[in-house]
Design a protein around this ligand. Structure first.
Ligand code: F6R
Length: 653
């Protein structure tokens, strides 16, 4: 397969940043309802000759593009660690520091932007967090999965906790290890990190070691910048690049310790490393997008990670267990529901439609999927026994919010599936599940969609298992396949070059039709929406069986018809539809299962999907559909991240 240099560079950035992390799905955690701080938060650290604060605050501003809801800073100052933290924009933190710490001159410090996924963003949950003695402070990006068992041990030893975060547990674990083992701060961090399961990028400061900064990494990214007698730390190189172009990307389970002006890199198993110092050649804008030309493409590539994060801590495939902490309190209403009603708009509506197929197949529960904008202005029949699920990336879509309020007023139990913690929809619902896709910046929704179908599939499996529709061995099988999705997505991402070639052949077409059956039908709708919203080509998604009832009249030699033609239960029927299009000289584009030579022969263009069950096909099929829309839009010179007339969050009717 051919790849251009820029694709190679992007892939290698992608692999450096995400790859090792994404293929490893978390083992079974103990609790799911804690306030967790995931991957997409930003960290900055500094130790050197300059005043730390201006570097830190500027660093946070550089990391704002990652999305966040609160921020904080810690400065080492005359034997003390001074901390300020605040919900809201970095500008508010900066105002707070101006008012309360106007003369901060410390030369060592760290800062953090937090994107909450569980619980409300609040001052107390913001970072930095400090140990009980007040001696050690930390900023953390990631999820400590076994924090509850560690917390229990610490509580038994008399430790007190202000927040519900996993991070506050980690900093107290470090303190406890330091006290018990009487070791240096870096050794205490190392020993503590041996105890934790999960993902982290951390910076640690200790009052008693004012010339030391300790960094650790597993899963979440951490970069150390090497200046002239000074060192910088950050989640990516954007806060660093204006000071130095020499950086070290820490590997998983590595630590960086700067002590008295010297940097040592070692593993948490105490093996000293000779790190590779990289010269940065990218500009800031390129760095923000992780080396990708657009946020949309970056977000397409992030799906291995965002799916992993959405599953993380929620399944145990070996035991066949799904645990969704956010719905625990209203589990009975879910399990006794006679009907599930899903409310959503746009791409989220397509995720809901996919979920209807999941629920009916796996849980045997009838599901109605409604456009929120229609539902709210009808006089819908809602029973108290209905379980309503509002699905929204932003959590702010006006129609979805109004529709769920209506359902709630009429007595239904309402769940939310949202990506933005603390947004309006999660606040209005009785219970819910967050998708951990991370901030989605490109207007066209990509990683949020696959994260939505991920958590909805988990929910359907949960209900199916609880109501006896699924056996434990069926649950195990589905979860094992689900665990493997990130690997399959990596495989299909490697086919970007092939998708690009198809885009080159078709980008001047005026119309497209997308056809699918079963799980492929919502994919056809979503593929068509992606294409029209960013390339401005008219596209229609249809249930393939409906084509002959009208739309086939549109087909001639200028009409590309894209088929979701994986080798599943509907394959024969889809092949018949392909023949019908061929007979009318339409251009057949297909997503087929790898090795399906006969369907390939029928197609003018095709992309082979890795083998999956029907159920898992939507996860892998999403990627080429998104990439095709992206490359067609690129060739047409469209404004991909901000398509005309569209807003990321539709907060008006
Ligand atoms: C399409 C897209 C929109 C949104 C829709 C709902 O790519 O992004 O169709 O899906 O506006 O938005 P949320 O999910 O935020 O409620």
């Amino acid at each position: 397969m051919e790849r251009t240099r820029s694709e190679e560079r992007r892939l290698s950035t992608f692999h450096t940043l995400y790859s090792k992390y994404i293929t490893k799905i978390a083992s079974f955690p103990e609790n799911f309802s804690g306030i967790l701080t995931p991957y997409m938060c930003g960290i900055v650290g500094y130790i050197g000759k300059k005043e730390a604060y201006p570097i830190l605050i500027k660093g946070l501003e550089r990391l704002e593009y990652r999305g966040y809801d609160s921020s904080g800073v810690a400065i080492m100052e005359e034997g003390d660690i001074l901390i300020r933290k605040k919900v809201g924009k970095v500008a508010e933190l900066s105002k707070l520091v101006k008012e309360t710490l106007p003369n901060s001159k410390g030369r060592v410090g760290m800062a953090h932007t937090r994107w909450a996924t569980h619980g409300e963003p609040s001052d107390v949950n913001s970072h930095p967090h400090t140990s009980n003695s007040g001696n050690i402070s930390i900023v953390h990006n990631g999820i400590i999965e076994n924090y509850l068992s560690i917390k229990k041990i610490l509580v038994d030893k008399g430790y007190k906790f202000e927040s519900e975060t996993d991070t506050e547990v980690l900093v107290n674990l470090i303190e406890d290890v330091k006290k018990e083992s009487k070791v240096s701060i870096d050794e205490a961090v190392r020993l503590a990190l041996l105890e934790v399961a999960g993902a982290f990028a951390i910076v640690v400061l200790s009052k008693k070691d004012p010339n030391t900064i300790v960094v650790g990494k597993r899963g979440s990214p951490a970069v150390i910048g090497i200046g002239d007698g000074e060192f910088f730390v950050a989640s990516d190189a954007t806060p660093i690049i204006e000071y130095t172009d020499k950086v070290i990307y820490l590997e998983d389970d590595e630590m960086g310790v700067v002590k008295d002006g010297e940097l040592t890199v070692k593993t948490i198993h105490n093996e000293v490393k000779n790190p590779y110092i990289q010269k940065l050649e990218m500009k800031i804008e390129e760095l923000e997008k992780g080396g990708f030309p657009h946020f949309m493409l970056k977000e397409i590539y992030e799906q291995t990670r965002s799916i992993t994060d959405s599953v993380r801590g929620r399944i145990n495939a070996k035991e066949g267990i799904v645990k969704l902490g956010g719905i625990e309190s209203h589990k009975e209403e879910l399990l006794s529901a006679k009907r599930i009603l899903m409310l959503a708009c746009g791409t989220s509506f397509h995720a809901a439609l996919e979920a209807k197929y999941f629920f009916e197949e796996l849980a045997g529960v009838p599901v109605s999927v409604e456009y929120a904008s229609e539902f709210r202005y009808r006089n819908p029949v809602i029973y108290k026994e209905d379980l309503v699920i509002a699905i929204s990336q932003s959590g702010e879509t006006a129609d979805t919010l109004a529709a769920l309020k209506l359902a709630k007023e009429r007595g239904a139990t309402v769940f939310g599936v949202c990506n933005v913690a603390g947004s309006s929809i999660p606040r209005e619902t009785h219970a819910g599940i967050y998708t951990h896709a991370g901030p989605e910046i490109g207007v066209a929704s990509t990683k949020a969609f696959t994260a939505q179908i991920t958590v909805l599939l988990l929910l359907a499996v949960f209900v199916g298992k609880e109501n006896g529709k699924l056996t434990v061995s069926q649950v195990k099988e589905i979860l094992a396949e689900m665990e493997n999705v990130p690997v399959k997505i990596e495989e299909i991402l490697l086919k970007e070059g092939e998708v690009k070639k198809i885009a080159k052949e078709l980008y001047e077409k005026k119309d497209f039709i997308y056809l699918g059956r079963g799980y492929g039908y919502p994919m056809a709708l979503e593929g068509a929406l992606k294409l029209k919203e960013i390339s401005y080509i008219h596209a229609e998604g249809l249930a393939a069986g409906e084509m002959k009832h009208g739309s086939i009249a549109l087909v001639d030699e200028n009409m590309p018809v894209l088929f979701i033609a994986n080798k599943g239960v509907h394959h024969e029927k889809i092949v018949s539809n392909m023949m019908e299009i061929k007979a009318r000289k339409g251009i057949v584009v297909s997503l087929i299962t790898e090795g399906d030579e006969s369907t390939k022969k029928l197609s003018d263009f095709c992309i082979e999907l890795p083998k999956t069950s029907d159920l898992i096909m939507p996860f892998v099929a999403s990627i080429p559909l998104q990439l095709l829309a992206y490359h067609i839009a690129l060739l047409r010179g469209a404004d991909i991240d901000k398509p005309r007339n569209l807003a990321k969050s539709v907060t008006v009717e």
